[in-house]
Design a protein around this ligand. Structure first.
Ligand code: AKG
Length: 278
């Protein structure tokens, strides 16, 4: 993570990494979704209040890591993507893990948005925090979003309130529903292959989708090695399919603990287990 990226993340609570995925990687992910379109469900969780309302519920895909080969492979390849390591090492510290099952948000023109949410700095929350000390940033839950189709200005989709990871006052409800002060809400323009990484502290949400093409946003969430957020998404005894993964990918699915927690070296392949906390 270079100095500009560190400055921008600390300032804004998110950064965009352009062309993170190659066109080949984007195609493999899109092909896998196309081949498994029957897995699409309506997302029961949506909260499209106020101006976030749309014509239809947003669609969601889960379970991609266990799809049949070759369709699961591009999703498994993202678990410990070599280009991701410097971002997670810098923002979580050495040692981190997947939290939540990866999911993809989709839907055609007119699908609903999602009320702006995020922990901010109003209360200290030990799982969703942003801290800076001794030249280091540290985050609790982080969201990594891969864009599989362009999200142009005015299209809707992912929006953030830059800098809100440090906000000390609660966000007024009508700002969370995009009914007031729309000028503080930034719709993030993205091209297919771009990656956005943001802290769960940063106020973020979804503007109703306006583009003629369907939205495709793939989300992975990570936590530091000592923390787990979403119950039911890891197992102490890993299921059989995990043995098909590389050592680095398996490391990302470990439960939360500190001593001997696997650390992925910068080559993206070597995994070490320090005897004590690194
Ligand atoms: O639409 C987005 O990119 C953000 C989605 C989100 O924050 C959520 O599903 O919790």
């Amino acid at each position: 993570m270079n100095d500009t990226e560190k400055f921008l993340f600390d300032l804004q609570g998110f950064i965009v990494v352009r062309e993170f995925l190659s066109p080949h990687e984007v195609k493999a992910l899109n092909d896998a979704f196309d081949a498994n379109w029957g897995e699409r469900r309506e997302d029961p969780i949506g909260d499209p209040s106020g101006n976030m309302a749309g014509l239809d519920k947003r669609g969601i895909f889960t379970g991609m890591l266990t799809w049949e080969q070759p369709h699961c492979q591009p999703f498994r390849d993202l678990l410990a993507h070599r280009k991701l390591l410097p971002y997670l090492d810098t923002l979580h510290g050495r040692g981190w893990k997947l939290d939540h099952e990866p999911f993809m948000i989709t839907g055609p023109k007119g699908i609903e948005g999602l009320r702006i949410h995020g922990t901010t700095n109003v209360l200290f929350n030990g799982s969703r925090f942003y801290a800076y000390s001794n030249g280091q940033m540290r985050c609790g839950l982080l969201v990594v979003q891969y864009t599989l189709h362009d999200q142009n200005p005015g299209d809707g989709g992912l929006c953030v309130i830059p800098g809100s990871h440090k906000a000390n006052f609660s966000c007024p409800p009508k700002i969370t529903t995009w009914e007031e002060h729309q000028e503080v809400v930034y719709q993030v323009p993205l091209k297919a292959g771009d990656m956005v990484i943001f802290s769960e502290n940063t106020l973020h949400g979804t503007l109703p989708w306006q583009a003629d093409h369907a939205r495709r946003a793939l989300l992975y969430r990570y936590t530091p090695k000592y923390l787990h957020y979403d119950g039911g998404t890891y197992e102490v005894n890993q299921p059989a399919w995990v043995s098909e993964l590389t050592a680095a990918q398996q490391a990302v699915l470990e439960p939360p603990y500190i001593y001997h927690h696997p650390l992925i070296e910068p080559d993206g392949e070597t995994v070490v287990r320090p005897r004590r906390e690194d």
